[in-house]
Each structure stands twice: as structure tokens, then as C-alpha cells.
Design a protein around this ligand. Structure first.
Ligand SMILES: *Cc1c(COP(=O)(O)O)cnc(C)c1O
Length: 394
């Protein structure tokens, strides 16, 4: 089996690296040269784990979903990231990066956000640590995601509209990059998924890997073995999946099932199924698979879930796909919505719509009766109530 591991230059197989403008080089180098040593320090580990415990509420439960298990004829566990403070896994990463930023002597945090979830997770840890926080957000997204914009403001963050291009995530990312180039000494840029130039993808995956570290310990206690037959997670950029897969990357007993958003259908022209439709290219500073036209223009993605509405995929997932180590499944909007309603009624848990994609994979994948399956329940559905209401079929 091929080994899943990042190399010195930030490559996973053919994907990764740091494709950045010259002016960003010093910032990225500072991070690359320091992050491993800093996160290995006992002091960092102590602060990180005590905040994960007392602020985020970790370890999150590994819950045996009995009625769901009965329905599918497998032993299905839900890793309850929905119970993290702020309602999803994203805060695991922002906690790690804010401690790192402090240790690097930074005074100011910038971030970009699409639907606002990563912006809220960043504003939360900035408030916690008393750091100045600026979040760049597409002007159109600010209109569409009012509650999260107000959450960020309540938490004390400044929300700055990106008014160029399509006024969405990609433009917010460009604006954040520009700001970082102009303020390299005092500013840290918190990226929210396993994307961006090296070392971000590996750094974010390591902060999120607490998920699979906990799964191992919890399964050992519940099942007498520390691995499941499969781990299933949805993939936008891929951070919750990378965290849930991390300690199983190189364990051939564990299938790694990554679930992408097929939107209105893979061949509908309105989809975010990157591995099905993507080709190699450079997006946000790393070489990866992305949805693009023949002449390299990024194709506007579509998914009913904001968190999966991204035209690329983290480089580690491009490698999991290309190497065959990961199994990729695409789930359409309507099927995901139905799976979300089904979980609500079977287990009393309203999931985030991103997570609902992973839930529908149970109906599409093959497994043996009695297999132990872990689904990473990446977030809760409170933020998606409007989408559930508009969809209406419940
Ligand atoms: C942001 C988000 C995702 C997608 O991001 P990844 O980096 O792929 O994990 C998935 N689920 C929820 C609940 C999210 O908020």
C-alpha cells in the first residue's frame, strides 16, 4: 500500500507544495520553519489540550447510533463534532493556530470566510485570546449570511467586504492574501481547511487529527480494537475528513470514505464533486485537483451546503483519490437533505447539511453486515435551519 505522508516540500504524492507570489514567501517561510518545533513544545501541547477540553468540550463523544445501525445492518458510530463549542470541528484548528500565532509574537489575525463558519470560529478564538481580528468576506456572502456576520461582530471582529470579482470566497481569499503581504510582521493568517500553500494543509490536518486520536481510544474501549472497518466524512476543503482519517492513513484495515457534494448532479453543471470533475492545477497556493475550464478558469461550484461549495479539494485528498487509498462518493443535494431529516428522526440529531452528505453515503457504499463504521458528524444543523425550511420536504 502506498504511504500517505507529507514530504519536506509539502507534497502528498503529486499534490501540494507552495505556489505563492514572491512577496508572500517570507510569511510562509516563517511559518514553515517554526510550526513543527512550536507545536511539539510541551507548553503548546498543554495549552492546546486544556483549551480543547475546557473551552471546546473535548473529547467529543463517540456515540453508537443504535436505531441507525439497525436500519443499515452495520454498527454505526457517530463522532460528535457537532457538540464542539461553536457547533462544528472548525474550532479545533482555529484554537491551534491562535496559540501558534501568539507564540510567533503576532498581534493581529486575519481570515477569509465564505458562509461565515470559519469566520465565526476565528472570531471566537480571537476574543478568547484578546487578539485583533479582521475577517474578509465576499460582499455577496455578507448579504447572504447575515447571522454569521452579526455573530462575528458580536465577538468583536471586523468584517471587511471583498468587492472585486464575483464578490464571494475566492475574492475574500485574494483580499486576505493582499493584507498579509502588506502586514507580514504582526499578522497571522488563519486558513480554515486543509488547503493553501505548505505548511497549511499539514498543519491544519494535525490540529484536526485530535478527532482520529480520540476515535482510536474510544473504539478501543467500546469495541476492544482501536480501528473501525471504515471512516466516513464529508469533504469541502477536507479538514474534518483529514482529521478523522489522519491516524488511519496508513492502516490498511480501515477504509477511508470521502464524500463530496454532487449538487444537482455530477453532470448538471451545478456541482462541487471535485474528484469526479476536476483536473490538476493550482488553487489557493497548492497543486491539487480543481474544477476548471480547458484554459484554466476556475468553474463556479454549487452545493446546497455552503461548507462543501468549493471548487477544489485539499492536496492530501487529491492524493488519496489518485492513489486509490481513499474511496470517493458524490451525493446530490436532495439525497443529502433527506439523509439529514432521516438522522433527525432516527437519532434525535439535526446534522449540518455538509454532514448529511456523509450520512447518505451509507446508502451508496458497500459494507459487510456487522461492519464497524464511524461517521464524522462534522457539525450541527442550527446554522442550516433556513435551508431546511426553504427545502421544505419534511
Ligand atoms: C466547513 C464545514 C465543512 C467543510 O469543511 P472541511 O474542511 O471539508 O471539513 C463540513 N462540515 C461542517 C459542519 C462545516 O462547517
Amino acid at each position: 500500500m502506498i504511504e500517505i505522508k507529507v514530504d519536506e516540500k509539502g507534497f502528498y504524492g503529486n499534490f501540494g507544495g507552495a505556489y505563492i507570489p514572491e512577496m508572500l514567501h517570507p510569511n510562509i517561510e516563517e511559518l514553515r520553519l517554526n510550526y513543527e518545533a512550536i507545536i511539539a513544545e510541551p507548553d503548546f501541547q498543554e495549552t492546546f489540550h486544556s483549551l480543547l477540553r475546557d473551552f471546546v468540550g473535548r473529547p467529543t463523544p463517540l456515540y453508537l447510533a443504535e436505531r441507525l445501525s439497525e436500519k443499515f445492518g452495520a454498527k454505526i458510530y457517530l463522532k460528535r463534532e457537532d457538540l464542539c463549542h461553536t457547533g462544528a470541528h472548525k474550532v479545533n484548528n482555529t484554537i491551534g493556530q491562535i496559540i501558534l500565532a501568539k507564540k510567533l509574537g503576532k498581534k493581529r489575525i486575519i481570515a477569509e470566510t465564505g458562509a461565515g463558519q470559519h469566520g465565526v470560529a476565528t472570531a471566537t478564538v480571537c476574543a478568547l485570546m484578546g487578539m485583533e481580528c479582521t475577517v474578509y468576506m465576499g460582499a455577496l456572502d455578507i448579504e447572504r449570511q447575515r447571522p454569521n456576520v452579526e455573530r462575528m461582530k458580536i465577538l468583536g471582529a471586523k468584517v471587511v467586504p471583498a468587492t472585486s470579482g464575483s464578490k464571494t470566497l475566492k475574492d475574500a481569499t485574494n483580499e486576505a492574501m493582499r493584507q498579509w503581504i502588506n502586514n507580514p510582521v504582526d499578522t497571522h493568517y488563519i486558513i480554515g481547511s486543509v488547503v493553501g500553500p505548505h505548511p497549511y494543509p499539514e498543519m491544519v490536518a494535525r490540529f484536526q487529527s485530535v478527532i482520529s486520536a480520540e476515535i482510536k481510544a474510544q473504539l478501543l474501549e467500546k469495541e476492544g480494537r482501536d480501528y473501525p472497518d471504515a471512516v466516513i466524512a464529508c469533504v469541502g476543503g477536507g479538514s474534518n475528513a483529514a482529521g478523522a482519517f489522519y491516524h488511519y492513513y496508513n492502516d490498511p484495515r480501515v477504509r477511508l470514505i470521502a464524500v463530496e457534494a454532487a449538487g444537482l448532479g455530477i453532470s448538471s453543471g451545478k456541482s462541487a464533486a471535485t474528484t469526479a470533475l476536476g483536473t490538476p492545477g493550482v488553487l489557493h497556493g497548492s497543486k491539487t485537483l480543481l474544477m476548471q475550464t480547458k484554459d484554466g478558469q476556475v468553474v463556479e461550484p454549487h452545493s446546497i451546503s455552503a461548507g462543501l461549495d468549493y471548487p477544489g479539494i485539499g492536496p492530501v485528498h487529491a492524493h488519496l483519490f489518485e492513489s486509490g487509498r481513499g474511496e470517493f462518493i458524490a451525493v446530490e443535494d436532495d439525497d443529502a437533505m433527506r439523509a439529514g431529516i432521516a438522522l433527525s428522526r432516527t437519532e434525535g440529531i439535526i446534522p449540518a447539511i455538509e454532514t448529511s452528505h456523509a450520512l447518505h453515503a451509507l446508502s451508496l457504499m458497500e459494507y459487510k453486515p456487522g461492519d464497524v463504521l464511524v461517521i464524522n458528524l462534522s457539525g450541527r444543523g442550527d446554522k442550516d435551519l433556513d435551508t431546511y425550511i426553504k427545502w421544505g420536504k419534511y
